[in-house]
Design a protein around this ligand. Structure first.
Ligand SMILES: Nc1ncnc2c1ncn2[C@@H]1O[C@H](COP(=O)(O)OP(=O)(O)OP(=O)(O)O)[C@@H](O)[C@H]1O
Ligand SMILES: [Mg+2]
Length: 248
């Protein structure tokens, strides 16, 4: 399994002239947590959309473990083992938590019964079995995020892309999320991409971090290198991260 990765090479995307991504290359290795940070509008979600088939790139390629996948549709990419969460929840609010997960299992071809069993196992693995019968729409935001991760894990993914999973969380809740993310990489062997505005969290959990600004990768490296990068500091100038001082 060593050397496996989800990679993008030279990805560009323009929306009516606006360069959302410009020649972006990155690699998300199996079994590790990779970070993607950058100011609002930097292109982070657009990149996840490209990696998951929701957005076709104007140029460049995406490959998973050497297989080129950028022509595939989102459902095909899901079947190949790439799962994501969305910045805006997207759970079925009227359904109990267990059904939110089971529906994904059924969509993957499991029988209703097998899907429910798997959903129970996933909730248990995350440590949120107590939420199984709760209506998803009634959950506090932080539980909703964990259920969304559970739903992504139903796919038994080889790669998991998390778009701002800690948004709205307290420091303690973010800590719990860090351990969950670390377990996903260590115990499942998943390659995880973590997009976060909580840069302290990214610096702690990620082995390698990419920094996007105005659609371009302006820096990438290990946390210590990102922390001391002048370019990164400059990209965040005048933003909340800079104002908080201790973040970078
Ligand atoms: N479907 C679209 N049509 C037109 N413009 C878009 C579309 N999607 C994104 N954009 C623009 O592309 C740029 C990158 O957006 P994107 O959502 O990828 O940024 P982001 O880094 O995820 O930001 P945030 O941190 O706020 O989530 C922004 O200027 C955005 O307005
Ligand atoms: Mg985004």
């Amino acid at each position: 399994m060593t050397g496996n990765a989800l990679t993008s090479v030279d990805i560009s995307v323009a929306f009516e002239g606006l360069k959302a991504l410009h020649r972006v290359s990155l690699s998300i290795p199996s079994g590790r947590v990779t970070g993607l940070i950058g100011p609002n509008g930097a292109g982070k979600t657009t990149l996840v959309n490209v990696l998951t088939g929701f957005q076709k790139p104007d140029t460049g390629h995406v490959s998973m473990d050497g297989l080129q996948i950028d022509a595939a549709a989102p459902h095909q990419i899901r079947h190949l083992g790439i799962a994501r969460t969305f910045q805006s929840g997207r759970l079925f609010g009227d359904l109990p938590v267990i059904d939110n997960l089971a529906v994904t299992g059924v969509g993957m071809g499991l029988s209703r019964r097998d899907a429910e069993e798997r959903a129970e196992a996933v909730l248990d693995w995350i440590g949120i079995s107590a939420l199984a019968e709760r209506q998803a729409g009634s959950l506090p935001y932080t539980d909703e995020r964990r259920v969304a991760i559970g739903r992504a894990l139903m796919l038994n993914p080889q790669y998991l892309l998390l778009d701002e999973p800690a948004a709205g969380m307290s420091a303690i809740e973010a800590d719990e999320l860090i351990s969950l993310i670390q377990r996903i990489a260590d115990e499942i062997g998943c390659g995880v991409l973590l997009i976060e505005h909580n840069i302290g969290m990214v610096l702690r959990v990620c082995e390698h971090i990419y920094v996007l600004d105005s659609g371009e990768v302006i820096e990438d490296g290990v946390p210590a290198a990102i922390k001391s990068s002048e370019k990164v500091r400059h990209a965040y100038m005048g933003t909340q991260a800079d104002a908080e001082g201790d973040i970078l």
